[in-house]
Design a protein around this ligand. Structure first.
Ligand SMILES: [Zn+2]
Length: 469
């Protein structure tokens, strides 16, 4: 009985709602906001016809829209109206655009408090402690240090400490990454006790047995890798010097990594399997597939409230299946709708000795951009060793999917920064560009994305095989 009443009530309610016009605005999600740009966009869906400040809005299939409007300085009152047979739904937005303030921050002149005498000593308290060339998050990342690396400081600016080492760039670390610094009379003596070379199935290793962990950097230039160990005591002169090690890198497109095992610095370079089959090149190759976002992190939201996380997962699951069928050893960050931390994803790829890591996303733009100006398929990479893979995937996707080639981009993301595995992040297409959004909703298109990525991985492995010296 109660059930019947509830059903009748909900039917009445839905019919009631149905007879009114509605406009569901996805972006912007706030009715009061500040956007310092000359344009902004509205995206959403409706059951009527829509005007924004009296201008008719183009409606795409199933009546979704993405509409750009100009912004004036000061307060902009924006009225979004949906009309269905004379029934009206109206929403008012207040968007403030501020006049630009002249920025006087220049990277070249850094005023900091210097520590006069003695040595200020500390060590990192967590993994992925970022060293930058400037005392703010605007600074370039020099390296992410692991936990327990010993550091000395010569100055401080705001929440950043300046590392005291001889270097061609300034080295800064945020205070949240280190123990409270303490004063010492002089630096602790660090020597390289032994250097060992070895290898296993996946990697070649060089191990530096140190007195305790010191700061290091690792740079890739052409076919060489330069590892610098800072503040090593010279056994003869007793001076503190930087020691450099150059590794000839036969496979500039493979992964490499550096980390501490206790006080031993381990440097490793990934190996390509001895035998690679011409017809089944992915056979036996370790590949990590990451479906971007998940759980409460929805990613970008499409104009009909379709979530990026679900599209990413669908493509990733197809890709995982295809790679497994091709004989690859596939590991992945998630196989269902769940939240996974960014660094947990990276750790998972490393733990599975992946040779390649592929992260799958769909693109969007900030509210203060024109979504009709930028679209297409993009691949992001950060380290030089991933550039060729990024390029192969990007070109194949544009061709195979008949979609605009928006090129490869050097971007610092958690899923592109690792030097091992070789890491790329695919922005399949734009969810706020109507014709690409329509493609992304299509199951057949998504399967073709996975096919194109699998084909690119085969091409890449054959490229590595053929360039093996
Ligand atoms: Zn994303």
């Amino acid at each position: 009985m109660i059930r019947n009443i509830l059903i009748t009530l909900s039917l009445l309610l839905s019919f009631g709602l149905y007879s009114y016009a509605y406009v569901d605005i996805v972006y912007p999600s706030d009715k009061n906001l500040t956007i310092n740009s000359d344009v902004m966009f509205f995206s959403g869906n409706t059951d009527g016809s829509v005007t924004i400040n009296s201008t008719p809005v183009k409606l795409w299939e199933n009546k979704f829209f993405v509409h750009t409007i100009p912004l004036n300085y000061g307060k902009n009152i924006i009225k979004v109206t949906s009309d269905k047979n004379g029934k009206i739904d109206e929403k008012i937005y207040t968007v403030t655009r501020n006049k630009p303030i002249k920025s006087n921050s220049s990277k070249s002149e850094i005023q900091y408090v210097s520590f006069p005498d003695g040595v200020l000593y500390s060590k990192t308290v967590k993994n992925n402690s970022t060293i930058r060339d400037y005392p703010s998050t605007k600074g370039n990342r020099i390296i992410d240090l692991p936990k327990d690396v010993i550091l000395y400081f010569e100055g401080k600016k705001g929440d950043y400490y300046k590392i005291k080492e001889i270097s061609d760039t300034q080295l800064w670390i945020h205070k949240s990454n280190i123990e409270n610094p303490v004063k010492l009379e002089s630096k602790l003596k660090t020597v390289i006790k032994n250097i060992e070379t070895c290898s296993d199935k996946h990697y070649n290793y060089k191990k530096f047995y140190l007195s305790f962990p010191v700061m290091y950097t690792l740079k890739q230039t052409d076919n060489k890798l330069k590892l610098t160990l800072f503040g090593i005591s010279d056994e003869k002169t007793q001076d503190t010097v930087n020691r450099e090690f150059i590794f000839d890198y036969n496979f500039p497109q493979l992964g490499y990594d550096c980390y501490y095992d206790g006080s031993t610095l381990v440097f490793k370079m990934a190996k390509l399997p001895e035998y690679i089959d011409e017809v089944h090149p992915l056979n036996g190759i370790n590949i990590f597939v990451d479906a971007g976002h998940g759980g409460e992190d929805k990613g970008t939201i499409g104009p009909e409230r379709i979530y990026e996380k679900d599209i990413n997962l669908d493509i990733a699951l197809d890709l995982i299946d295809m790679l497994k069928s091709a004989g690859a050893n596939v590991s992945y960050s998630r196989s269902h709708d769940t939240k996974v931390g960014l660094y947990d994803r990276v750790e998972s790829a490393k733990k599975n000795n992946a040779l390649i890591s592929i992260s799958i996303h769909c693109n969007s733009l900030p509210l203060g951009k024109n979504p009709y100006e930028k679209h297409g398929t993009e691949v992001h990479y950060y380290n030089d060793n991933a550039k060729i893979l990024a390029d192969i995937i990007n070109k194949n996707m544009a061709n195979d999917l008949s979609i605009k080639l928006n090129g490869i981009h050097k971007s610092s993301f958690a899923l592109t920064r690792p030097t091992n595995p070789v890491s790329v992040l695919i922005e399949t297409a734009y969810m706020i560009y109507p014709s690409e959004y329509i493609l992304l909703k299509n199951k057949y298109f998504r399967k073709n994305v996975a096919k194109s990525v699998k084909k690119s991985l085969e091409e890449y492995i054959l490229f590595l095989r053929n360039n093996k010296s």
